[in-house]
Structures are given as structure tokens and as C-alpha cells.
Design a protein around this ligand. Structure first.
Ligand code: HEC
Length: 235
């Protein structure tokens, strides 16, 4: 009987202990047995902070920095200018890579493939894609099976990417779409690469292919490579 009494008491204490105080408010910090990152040093929004010289917790963007993808409007808002972040998702060729039901090839009229555009593509490709696809596009980047184990990374120099007559040929629109939304094992990069830069990367993929397949004597290849030599160092 005595044990039963103690068991009852224990049960009551436990029930009250676990459930009884739920929803109550305390002015003092709770007692935490496991302190799972509940308390961390952080700057609270709109609070002052002694760490910074001016004592203001919420920091302003660094002077002269531009948020990723931001396009400065060419005319004032009153005249219809607007700030575009370059991540729109329309259904036209520029935004989707599709023309009707099909992948389009060639480049949309919104972009002009010139030296600056290829350089942009090269830079963006080397930042976003080269770790997997390799700086030459052969699918042997540092993360690949040859080194750190990601299997089946696409090699852009296989017929499925270079030969328009191949059954599985990826047209420009398809490559654009893979950059935007990903495909199979590859996740999409649309959230961090604005539309124009995605097309610049497509152009760079084509340039890499050209550099491997076309004979060096081909004047267009010579032109591309001369244009892409690193700019002479400023003296
Ligand atoms: C984390 C590694 C990784 C990164 C980074 C990456 N890819 Fe991929 N990519 C893959 C893998 C893996 C595949 C093969 C996917 C499959 O077939 O399931 C692939 C496939 C592709 C394909 C072929 C899709 C098809 O039609 O079969 C294209 C085109 C492509 N990637 C382009 C890019 C471009 C451009 C970038 C940079 C914006 C990029 N990838 C970044 C891993 C990556």
C-alpha cells in the first residue's frame, strides 16, 4: 500500500511537472537541462550593440555594394523604370528555354553573344559549375567520381551535347533549363544565377565545345580564343 501511495505521488508530480506549467509565462530564463543552442551571441533586430563603433545593431549594406542580380533602372520610377532582380520566371524563350512545347536552340533576342558575354559566362561557369563539370566541361571536376565520388556528371563533349543529330541532343534551351531547375541528380541553380547569366553560361558551354571540336585553323575558333585570352596586365 505504501509503495502504491509513493507511485501515485510520483505520477502526480511527474504529470504536473511535465504538463502543468505549459503555457505559463516566466520573467526569468527557463532552466535548460540540454542547452541546444537556445542561447547564442547574436545581434537582435533594431537593438543596440556595443560591438559596433556606432552602437547600431542593424547594419546597413556596405557602401557601393549591389545585391546579387540587381539591375539599376535606366529611368526613374515615374517614367516606368523599375528595379529588376533578373530572376523572373516568364514562359517566353528567354525565361523558360522553351519555344512552345519544345526546347529552343540558339540564343534569345534579349542577349547578345559577344566577348563580354562569354567572359561573364566563363566566370559564372567557373564559380558555379566547374567543381562538378570541370573547367573544360568534361565532367571531371574536383567533386567527380574520379576524385570525390559524385557519379555520372555530364560530360559536355559527348554527342548528346555536341551533335544536333543525336537523339538525346540537348539544345540551348534544355541546358538553360537544367541550370535553372536541375535535372536528375543535379539540383537547380536558378535561385542563385539570374536569367541573363544562365544564358551566358550556356554560351560558355558552347564555347568550350567549340574549342575542342573545331579545327584550330577555323577562323571563328581563332577569333574566340584570341578574344578570350586573359586581358594584358595593367602596368
Ligand atoms: C554538385 C555537382 C554539380 C554542379 C555544381 C553542377 N552540375 Fe550539372 N550535373 C551534375 C550531375 C551529377 C549531372 C547528371 C545528372 C543526371 O543525369 O542525373 C549533371 C547534368 C548536367 C547537364 C545535363 C542534363 C541532361 O540534359 O542530361 C547539364 C547541361 C548540366 N549538368 C549543366 C550544369 C551547369 C551549366 C552547371 C552550373 C550552373 C552545373 N551543371 C552545375 C552535377 C552538377
Amino acid at each position: 500500500m505504501r509503495y502504491f501511495f509513493f507511485a501515485c505521488l510520483l505520477a502526480i508530480v511527474l504529470v504536473i511537472g511535465f504538463a502543468g506549467f505549459r503555457g505559463d509565462k516566466f520573467s526569468r530564463p527557463p532552466i535548460l537541462l540540454l542547452n541546444d543552442m537556445n542561447n547564442q551571441a547574436k545581434v537582435k533586430p533594431q537593438a543596440s550593440n556595443a560591438f559596433f563603433a556606432d552602437g547600431v545593431g542593424s547594419r546597413k549594406p556596405v557602401v557601393a555594394t549591389v545585391p546579387m542580380g540587381l539591375t539599376i533602372p535606366s529611368k526613374p520610377a515615374a517614367e516606368g523604370g523599375y528595379v529588376s532582380y533578373g530572376f523572373s520566371h516568364g514562359s517566353d524563350y528567354f525565361n523558360s528555354g522553351r519555344i512552345g512545347e519544345f526546347w529552343g536552340d540558339g540564343f534569345p533576342e534579349q542577349v547578345k553573344v559577344d566577348e563580354a558575354f562569354l567572359r561573364l559566362g566563363q566566370e559564372r561557369y567557373n564559380i558555379n559549375c566547374a567543381i562538378c563539370h570541370g573547367t573544360s566541361g568534361n565532367g571531371k571536376g574536383i567533386t567527380s567520381a574520379a576524385q570525390y565520388g559524385i557519379a555520372n556528371i555530364a560530360n559536355f563533349h559527348t554527342p548528346g551535347f555536341t551533335d544536333p543529330k543525336a537523339l538525346d541532343y540537348r539544345a540551348n534551351g534544355s541546358i538553360y533549363n537544367t541550370i535553372n531547375l536541375g535535372k536528375g541528380l543535379m539540383s537547380g541553380y536558378g535561385a542563385s544565377i539570374p536569367v541573363k547569366e544562365r544564358w551566358a553560361i550556356v554560351a560558355w558551354v558552347r564555347a568550350m565545345q567549340l574549342s575542342r571540336t573545331a579545327p584550330l585553323a577555323d577562323p571563328s575558333v581563332k577569333e574566340v580564343w584570341t578574344a578570350l585570352q586573359p586581358p594584358a596586365a595593367v602596368k
